[in-house]
Each structure stands twice: as structure tokens, then as C-alpha cells.
Design a protein around this ligand. Structure first.
Ligand code: DC
Length: 222
């Protein structure tokens, strides 16, 4: 195992933006674990399988082939060899990812892939269970959070920038529902690890949060 920074927190707290910047600054690999659950979700959406159809989900999950590649330091997710990276960041896929991430069988498969990546390089990894489950020995653990209104606003602006239609109230309702499911599921729910540092980014800029995480990391390394 190399050095690792684990960043967990609710949807839209800014984890991926911060993690990507930290990775660039420290020359670490950024591992976006949400993208793996999203690729899984996309697979089930394409197959028209309902998240609640436990039998079908578990039967199909065995066969799903998800692999990770790196291009210019950016993570690409390959679903049965097809690069689906550009199709993952929609609300529909995010909600499906959350819904199928409750199955321990799916988590096991993706956690193994995540741990394998952390064995090969120094990583910044973000998700929901990184500090608690995937990298319990991480060099630094961060729990990044922000109020739901603030997170909804960020998602809204992000979608708008991409030219996608969005309703901010709908996004906030989605975020609250997703958080509740991610925090209350039985299999490795979103929880702050006992040794994680909490950062509330409600009133902080991206630069400020990034600098704070890097400061904490350097302090850890001594
Ligand atoms: O971070 P994200 O929005 O891309 O994640 C999508 C969903 O995937 C999230 O709502 C719950 C699930 N997920 C998870 O259960 N564990 C992770 N480590 C990452 C994501």
C-alpha cells in the first residue's frame, strides 16, 4: 500500500472536484468510486432491470464487467469494454447507483477493484465508505460535507453549465433522498470514520478546502 487520502461525504459536497485537485497537486491517482457504482447503475438502466428486483440484480451483477483505465491522469470507466465515462454524471444514473449500492454483493465486487487500485499507486479516493471500509488504514481521512441547499445549488450550476435542464428544488429533494438511503443502508453506510477530519464546505471555496486537505496531509506525513 502506498499513501492514500480517503474522502467521504454526502452527494454534492464537492468531493470529486477537491479530490481531482489534490491528486494533481500531489501527483496521486484520483479514484472516483462513485463512477463505478454509476457504471453499474447504467448497466441496469440499460437492461431495464429495477433496483428492487433483488434476484435479477444479483444474477446480472455477476456478469457485469467494469474496468478502470487512466488517460492523461483522468479515470475512465469501461463497461464491457465500452468507455461510458461521459454517460455517468446524470441524476438518473446517480439515483440508480445509490439504489443498487445497497447490495453487499455489488459492493464487494467494486471494493475489491478499488483496493486493487490503491495497491498499485498513491491515491486520493472519494466515495461513501472509503475511510470506514475500503481504506481503513488511509494516511488521511476527510469527511466532507455541506448543507443540502448549498449542495443542491452547486449541482444545479454544474448541470446548467453543461446545458442540462434542471429544477433546483427537485435536485435538493433528490439529494436528501439519496443521502438518507446512503446513510441508512445496512451494508457499509455513509458514516464519518472515527479518525476522519470533518470539513464543512458550506462557506468555503474550492481552493480553501483543497489547501486545507493538503495541509492536513503534510502534517500527517510529518
Ligand atoms: O459520489 P456519487 O454521487 O458519484 O455516487 C453515486 C452513488 O453511488 C451514491 O449515491 C452511493 C453510491 N456510492 C457508494 O455506495 N459507495 C461509494 N464508495 C461511492 C458511491
Amino acid at each position: 500500500m502506498g499513501y492514500s487520502i480517503a474522502i467521504d461525504g454526502p452527494a454534492g459536497a464537492g468531493k470529486s472536484t477537491i479530490a481531482r485537485r489534490i491528486a494533481r497537486e500531489l501527483s496521486f491517482i484520483y479514484v472516483d468510486t462513485g463512477a463505478m457504482y454509476r457504471a453499474m447503475g447504467l448497466y441496469f438502466l440499460r437492461k431495464h432491470i429495477e433496483a428492487g428486483d433483488r434476484q435479477a440484480v444479483l444474477r446480472e451483477a455477476q456478469a457485469v464487467d467494469i474496468r478502470i483505465a487512466y488517460r492523461d491522469q483522468e479515470q475512465a470507466v469501461l463497461l464491457s469494454g465500452e468507455d461510458v465515462t461521459g454517460q455517468l454524471r446524470t441524476e438518473e444514473v446517480g439515483n440508480m447507483a445509490s439504489a443498487i449500492s445497497v447490495y453487499p454483493e455489488i459492493r464487494e465486487k467494486l471494493v475489491a477493484l478499488q483496493q486493487e487500485l490503491a495497491r498499485q499507486a498513491d491515491v486520493v479516493m472519494d466515495g461513501r465508505d472509503i475511510g470506514t471500509c475500503v481504506l481503513p488504514e488511509a494516511t488521511l481521512k476527510i469527511y466532507l460535507t455541506a448543507g443540502s441547499a448549498q449542495r443542491a445549488k452547486r449541482r444545479y450550476l454544474e448541470l446548467q453549465a453543461k446545458g442540462q435542464e434542471a429544477d433546483i428544488r427537485e435536485i435538493e429533494a433528490d439529494i436528501i433522498e439519496r443521502d438518507a438511503r446512503d446513510m441508512n443502508r445496512e451494508a457499509s453506510p455513509l458514516r464519518k470514520a472515527a479518525d476522519a477530519v470533518v470539513i464543512d464546505s458550506s462557506d468555503m471555496g474550492i481552493e480553501e478546502v483543497t489547501a486545507e486537505v493538503i495541509r492536513l496531509y503534510k502534517e500527517r506525513r510529518g
